[in-house]
Design a protein around this ligand. Structure first.
Ligand code: GLU
Length: 321
């Protein structure tokens, strides 16, 4: 079906979602990373970036929070840019694990590959693949430059978060060395883990994540900077990775109820990709038991349902003035 949605309808839906959920007190800040436990739990922001670069922003959309696992999408894109779609599938995989983000059992069950770059194991492997191999400083520069390209502006390291996470990431250390045992780390395991921990500690805003989502939705062309960041043929690959495991073990429930592929992080951020239409991000620190922001989920779901949008309904949607 052909369907038209106006920019003002999108603005209205976003405003309603913001007003409706801003006082919601469900969920709790991530407490296994000390820095995150102390962030103001009332922060709440929404940002939508349309294909012409128009931004719709509400609340704390310019607050810099820990990107955490949303950065797994960025590193997957960097690996895709450097290696191509086929090699990513061979070297990491593209399967949902159905298990928590930091599952060691998932690695034991699928010991031939770490499943997907969007869980901890696959993200650490993706960091090990970043070129140039063996040079931590240059790899880090490539990771930050790629995020800057995708978001249209630079992220900033939150040093306190990096220290806090480095001091407590024992589970991730086990993952890095277990992957080494299966020959699924392609550079030094400790270096790869450190790059992963550092990228999770980058500060980013909901506005920046909406621009990144829009770049994926727009076949790799950043609608704000107008730069072509990656080959358009990679967009469906990236969106499929996000769709299958973006909410970890709750991904099916998420897609069923929201209709939009999206990736979460324990810092409270969610980044959604609506192919050909927009990127959307919401941020609020309190998360549910699977590590997904409660208010960000409610807001994005509300907006999608209010506008009658879903990647599964086959509508040809045009956004009008
Ligand atoms: N840095 C966090 C970890 O690896 C990210 C987890 C997440 O955001 O899901 O534990």
């Amino acid at each position: 079906m052909d369907k038209k949605i106006s920019v003002s309808q999108i603005k209205e839906a976003a405003r309603e979602a913001y007003e409706m959920f801003k006082t919601n007190t469900d969920g709790k800040n991530a407490d296994y990373i000390p820095y995150l436990a102390n962030i103001d739990k009332n922060l709440f922001g929404i940002s939508i970036c349309l294909m012409d670069g128009t931004l719709i922003q509400l609340g704390d959309s310019e607050y810099r929070f820990g990107i955490e696992s949303v950065s797994k999408v960025h590193t997957a894109i960097l690996a895709l840019r450097q290696y191509g779609a086929e090699k990513l599938l061979q070297m990491i995989g593209a399967d949902a694990t159905g298990l928590p983000f930091n599952s060691i059992m998932a690695i034991l069950l699928e010991k031939d590959h770490p499943s997907t770059p969007l869980v901890n194991a696959g993200a650490i492997t993706a960091d090990s693949m970043v070129q140039p191999i063996g040079d931590s400083a240059k790899k880090w520069d490539a990771i930050v430059a790629n995020i800057t390209d995708l978001c249209g502006s630079a992220p900033q390291l939150i040093d306190e978060l990096y220290k806090s996470e480095s001091a407590t990431n024992f589970n991730n250390r086990s993952i890095a060395w277990l992957l080494k045992n299966y020959n699924r780390i392609y550079d030094d395991p400790d270096m790869s883990l450190d790059l992963y921990t550092r990228q999770c500690s980058l500060g980013i805003t909901a506005t920046q994540l909406s621009v990144c989502g829009a770049t994926i939705a727009n076949d790799g062309l950043n609608p704000v900077s107008k730069k072509q960041i990656f080959d358009g043929s990679l967009s469906p690959k990236i969106t499929s990775l996000i769709a299958t495991v973006g909410f970890y073990e709750h991904t099916g429930d998420w897609l069923y109820t929201s209709g939009i592929p999206a990736k979460t992080g324990v810092g409270g951020g969610v980044m959604g990709v609506m192919p050909g239409l927009f990127g959307i991000s919401a941020f609020a620190p309190p998360i549910d038991s699977a590590g997904n922001s409660v208010k960000a989920q409610l807001a994005i779901k509300y907006i999608m349902n209010k506008l009658g949008l879903s990647i599964f309904n086959g509508d040809r949607v045009t956004i009008t003035e």
